[in-house]
Design a protein. Structure first.
Length: 194
């Protein structure tokens, strides 16, 4: 994979383990010549990740919607910055630029981007690997919710398995590199008739 989108928080959280993991991801990308595509921020996990790559001479592309383009937020030292008109145009732009997606610890935006990437895979619009770096068990509750969705009949197990999960960037990248998208069957409407 030449280019990966990473979704992560605009804060660093309360535990330094998340910052440490963002640094590891950045250094891994630089060492393996993987370009980072991300939200374009200089703050929080996003800034830590971008700076880690830049420190090792890695390539960093930011994609930021104009409404978030403030001096306090926008990273001014990255390799390339792309400004979009809206959040939805940002997602489309990122999608066209990357070979896969990884989510690190974050908030609403991180989950939004993660589940959009999974939905694109579920619908067969994309066949890219989607990874979750589960640092410190951060996503344990999210993963449990996915299992509940399967158990209650709202998510197929084959689609649940699209999400690649690991505790280290090395293990996650190994899984993502051998990922094969599931073959799609017909989408069936299961609405009961009265």
């Amino acid at each position: 994979m030449k280019s990966i989108a990473v979704f992560c928080g605009s804060s660093i959280g309360f535990n330094s383990i998340y910052k440490t993991e963002a640094l590891k991801v950045g250094h891994y990308f630089a060492q393996h010549n993987i370009g980072l595509v991300y939200g374009g921020g200089k703050i929080g996990m996003m800034g830590i990740l971008a700076d880690a790559l830049l420190e090792k001479k890695g390539h960093v592309t930011g994609v930021i919607p104009g409404l978030l383009r403030h001096e306090e937020v926008e990273h001014s030292n990255i390799s390339k910055m792309i400004v979009t008109k809206t959040m939805s145009k940002r997602k489309v732009k990122i999608s066209k630029m990357v070979d896969g997606y990884i989510a690190l610890a974050g908030g609403f935006g991180t989950l939004d981007e993660l589940f959009e990437a999974l939905t694109l895979g579920q619908l067969g619009i994309e066949n890219k690997p989607v990874g979750l770096l589960n640092t410190n068990g951060f996503f344990d509750a999210t993963l449990k919710q996915l299992d509940v969705m399967v158990a209650e009949g709202f998510l197929k197990q084959i689609n649940r398995e699209m999400l690649q999960v690991a505790d280290t960037i090395e293990d996650l990248m190994t899984k993502m590199q051998v990922y094969t998208a599931p073959k799609l069957g017909k989408i069936v409407n299961t609405v009961a008739s009265k």
